[in-house]
Ligand binder design. Sequence first.
Ligand code: NI
Length: 171
Amino acid sequence: MVYPIVKLGDPVLEREAAEVTEFDTPELHKFLDDMFESMYAAKGVGLAAPQIGVSRKIAVIDVSNGEKPEDKLVLINPTILKVDGKQEGEEGCLSIPGFREQVRRGRSVTIRSQNVRGEVFEQTGEDLLARAFLHETDHLYGRLYINHISALKRDLMKRKIKKMQRAGDWS
Ligand code: NI
């Protein structure tokens, strides 16, 4: 099932999500299938559960856009262990459609996470995957990429979005 994506302004995006404590349940497997389906339908490379209104520390990533099955990645209760180097690049978010900004991120990022069975694993990603690790983990702590841009740019973006909300173009 494809869930609608929650947009900036919904408080679920700006609060820390709850830890997952039950693993390998039929509900969790179904939810992860739905998250991948929702992410591909929205043409994203990552999706965090709060973005479909579920305040749980669950995210899915596929930097190959569905091209390589081995790139499908499930993060449950992830934390950032290590960040090395720097990369500059444009970043967007399915919850803030129509906007993109330059965001400086680490170039190499190591996470510690649990998988669908609750097993702990560590993985290092570089470039786009490093960016996705940081962006999606941020979501699970109520942070958005706009927290990493200048206050001036962020205020400008929020003003534009307020206008769209008033016009009924943002819901
Ligand atoms: Ni996002």
